[in-house]
Each structure stands twice: as C-alpha cells, then as structure tokens.
Design a protein around this ligand. Structure first.
Ligand SMILES: Cc1cc2nc3c(=O)[nH]c(=O)nc-3n(C[C@H](O)[C@H](O)[C@H](O)COP(=O)(O)OP(=O)(O)OC[C@H]3O[C@@H](n4cnc5c(N)ncnc54)[C@H](O)[C@@H]3O)c2cc1C
Length: 434
C-alpha cells in the first residue's frame, strides 16, 4: 500500500466534495478532479432572470444524512420550510392535510377515509422500514390500508418524498424511509439554492488544503503494483494511496472497466424527471405555494416563497413531472408539455407575469432505483466493493443508507472513513496540527 501518496477523489458533486472534505480534515493530501467546468454536479444552481435556480426542484431533508454531514463540516444552511400547500385531485384543489385539524377541514378525502388516513400515517411513523424491503410500494400500501382513497393520497406523498413514480417496482423501504424522514424533520428550501451548499463545501475543501481541479475528466482507474493508478487525459497518470470514485454509476463503470465487470454497476432501472422553472415578476404569488397532483404525477412549488433566491419582485416557481423508470428523452418532452398545460390551467393569472422559462425535459434524479425485487437499498453497490485495491465508491447510487442526496452523503462518509481507517490520518493531523 502506498501510504505516503496522495488520495484522489474523482467527481466534484456532493459526494466527491463531502468525501474530500472529510479525508482532508484528517490531514491527508487530497486531489479532487471534476470533469465539468464548475463543481456541484446535479446539486449546482444557475442564474435565471436574476434568481438562482437549482437543476430541478431540490429540498433538503432536515433530519437526513446530508444535513448531518454539512453540520459536521461547519457548512451553514439557511432557508425556510415549505407549508403543506394544496392538492389537485380530479381537477379540484383542496388543502393538503398538514395535521388532524387541516385534515378534518380538507375536502380531499371523504369523511370515513380521513380516519383511515390518520391511522395509516400513525402506523407509518412507527413502521420498521427494513421489514418492507422486499415489498413494492403498491403492495405495502395494500397492507397498510384497505381504503383506496388513502392509498392514492399516500402514493402521491411517496412520489413527492422520493421523486419516484414507480409504485409497482420501488421497494417500500425507500418510501417508508423518506416519509418518516419528512415527518420527523421536514424539508428546507435553501437560501441561495443548493449552490450555497456546493460553495460551502468547496470553501471547506480548499480551507482543508484539497487541490481542486475542474474541467479535467479522468480517463481510467487501474490497479498497478498493488495500488490504484489514476489516468488523466493526454496519457498522464498518477499513482494514489486510495481513490474515491464519486461519479455516477455509468461513468464509474467506464472508469473502472479494467478492474470491475461493468455489469456490476449497471443500474437495472433509473429515474428521470421533466422539470420547468418559471420566473414571475411583480408581487408575490398568493398561497398555496405548493401544489401536488394526486391523480397526475405533477408538482409545482414557489421556491422563492420560502428561500431567498433573488430580488423581492422576482419569484421562482419550480415544477416537475415525475417520469416512470427508464423513461426516454422523448417521453420527458411529452411529459413536460403536459406539465406546462397543467400549470397554465391551474394558475392562469401567472401567464402574463412570466419573464423567464427554463425547460429541462430529462433530468437524471435517481441513477439506480432501489427495487423491491433487488432487496431495496441493499441492492445498491457497496462503497467498499474494491476496497482491497484501495478504490472506494461514493454517490447517490451507492450503499444501503439514504435516498437522493442523503445516499450521496452517507456513502461519501463511509468511503472517507474507510480510506482513513486503512491509511490513518497524516502525521500532521496525528501531531495535533489541526
Ligand atoms: C431534478 C432533480 C431534483 C432533485 N431533488 C432532490 C431533492 O429534493 N432532495 C435530494 O436530497 N436530492 C435531490 N436530487 C438528487 C441530488 O441532486 C443528487 O442526489 C446529488 O446531487 C448527487 O450527488 P453525487 O455527487 O452523488 O452525483 P453528481 O452530482 O452526479 O456528481 C458526479 C460528478 O462527477 C463528475 N464526473 C463524472 N465523470 C467524471 C470523470 N471521468 N472525471 C471527473 N469527474 C467526473 C460529474 O461531472 C459530476 O459533477 C435531485 C436531483 C435532480 C436531478
């Protein structure tokens, strides 16, 4: 093992940044190489008509792995918690129940179903998600309640919490985990968009001495003389003490083709979303600011009502259509057209206030869908699959903990901790230099 060589992290999305920060904090020298011109991967945000817009609507689970990792690294997060908002069912809009009082007032469910809903939510809160790993969401909902209205409403809440519209495929473990996370801590829209998280992590990485290179795509990782070798463009290579591969699964499979059968990382199903951002001008839009389709897989939310994303007279509305697993780009474009029609019908008064539109018909949200048939979260590749070669995986398709960005954070922590366990902290850190 090359104890005194540097550690390479490949990929500068959340997983790569988190792993790099955690390893560098222990005093090890870390190189982070990102193919894109900027850091952040899918968590970056961009300017849209003087607002800051995430790449599709993003909400931070306050009780999740990512929030915990950011707190550990001292990355401060501010922003607001969205209110429950409204639901559209059979074309009519009613408040989404935020608790027993709003449920009793809401016209969303018939009277008898309201009690069934309360019972189902209470059972869900107490449920052990590991016991429904091999059940699909649809099967687990059947077990939870015999009320079909309640099942339909819960399926829509699962979609909202997981970003996945696949009740007949997805493991109920994912659904239960996310709903419990939402019930426990709620979510937060982040001031400055998720770019604030990326910038906070980049600052943390640089402060810990991480050498960050953007615009450089690693070509391959091989194993030579007992350790990992990182091949850079143009034929250059560097031997490393350890490598954390924090790209998505397809890139990782290509990078590691010499040491791992690419089929090992090939996702049986992945999930995309069709998203559109609208920037409205003028006074703030009236509440409800979040509207969830119950019988259509659509969502809209005025993110700027809860997070500081631009000047007070500009309002960012993020809308999404949840696509079925393995949907094509053409299916995404068709869903986007439906979504825009839905939004226009729902909020006709917004149409003359729109100053910018950004259409993103096919965004990769969940690179590997944890299916019931594959054992839920445990069906994802382990972070230490190639530990014997000094290579570790991190990302939102890795490991048995968390969904979405929480999986990226949990696997980054596991990978970083294993790197440190194998190599140990540097003499600098061990000597108390920090
Ligand atoms: C529309 C949408 C909505 C979402 N909403 C939420 C949400 O509400 N809550 C939530 O928790 N999560 C959400 N997510 C998921 C979240 O964005 C991701 O889980 C997270 O950003 C993944 O981080 P990552 O580092 O694992 O992967 P990525 O962000 O994909 O980063 C991988 C990085 O590796 C780089 N790379 C690839 N190949 C190479 C190479 N050969 N050399 C160097 N670099 C390379 C890429 O350029 C990229 O920057 C959403 C995602 C989308 C798309």
């Amino acid at each position: 093992m090359r104890r005194n060589s540097d550690i390479f992290v490949i990929g500068g999305g959340l997983a790569g940044l988190l792993a790099a920060c955690r390893i560098a904090r222990a005093g090890r020298t870390v190189h982070l190489v990102e193919a894109g011109r900027t850091l952040g991967g899918r968590a970056r945000a961009t300017a849209l008509a003087t607002t800051t817009a995430n790449v599709g609507p993003h909400a931070l689970y306050a009780a999740g792995h990512l929030a915990a990792a950011l707190a550990t690294l001292g990355v401060r997060v501010s922003g607001g918690r969205p209110a429950a908002g409204a639901a559209i069912w059979s074309g009519s809009e009613s408040p989404l129940p935020a608790g027993p009082a709003t449920l009793l007032r809401s016209r969303l469910l018939p009277g008898r179903s309201k009690w069934a809903f309360l019972r189902a939510v209470a059972a869900l809160r107490r449920a052990d998600a590991r016991k429904v790993t091999s059940l699909t969401v649809a099967a687990a909902l059947e077990r939870l309640t015999d009320d079909r209205h309640v099942r339909t409403l819960l399926a829509a809440l699962v979609r909202l919490a997981t970003y996945v519209h696949a009740p007949d495929l997805m493991s109920a473990e994912v659904a239960w985990t996310q709903l419990q996370l939402a019930l426990r801590g709620g979510v937060r829209y982040v001031d400055g968009g998720w770019q604030a998280l990326v910038d906070g992590l980049a600052t943390c990485a640089r402060a810990q001495g991480v050498r960050v290179e953007t615009g450089r795509r690693v070509a391959r990782v091989t194993v030579e003389r007992g350790g990992p070798r990182v091949h850079l463009p143009g034929g250059a290579w560097r031997d490393a003490a350890a490598v954390v591969v924090a790209t998505g699964p397809r890139r990782a499979a290509r990078l590691l083709a010499d040491v791992l059968d690419p089929a090992t990382l090939s996702p049986p199903a992945s999930v995309h979303a069709a998203c559109v951002d609208l920037v409205l001008e003028g006074p703030p839009p009236a509440p409800p600011h979040l509207v969830l389709g119950i019988d259509v897989p659509h969502y809209l939310s005025v993110h700027s009502a809860y997070a500081n994303l631009g000047p007070p007279d500009r309002h960012l509305v993020s809308c999404a259509a949840y696509l079925p697993p393995n949907a094509t780009a053409d299916a995404g474009r068709a869903a986007l057209a439906d979504l825009e029609t839905w939004v226009a019908a729902l909020r006709p008064s917004w149409q003359h206030r729109i100053v910018a539109i950004r259409r993103m018909p096919h965004l990769p949200v969940v690179p590997l869908l944890p299916r019931a048939a594959d054992g839920g979260f445990a069906g994802r590749p382990r972070h230490d699959l190639l530990a014997a070669a000094g290579i570790f995986l991190a990302g939102d398709y890795v490991g048995a903990h968390g969904h979405l960005a929480d999986a990226a954070a949990a696997s980054a922590k596991a990978a970083a901790d294993d790197v440190l366990a194998i190599l140990g902290p540097s003499a600098r850190a061990a000597g108390g230099a920090r």
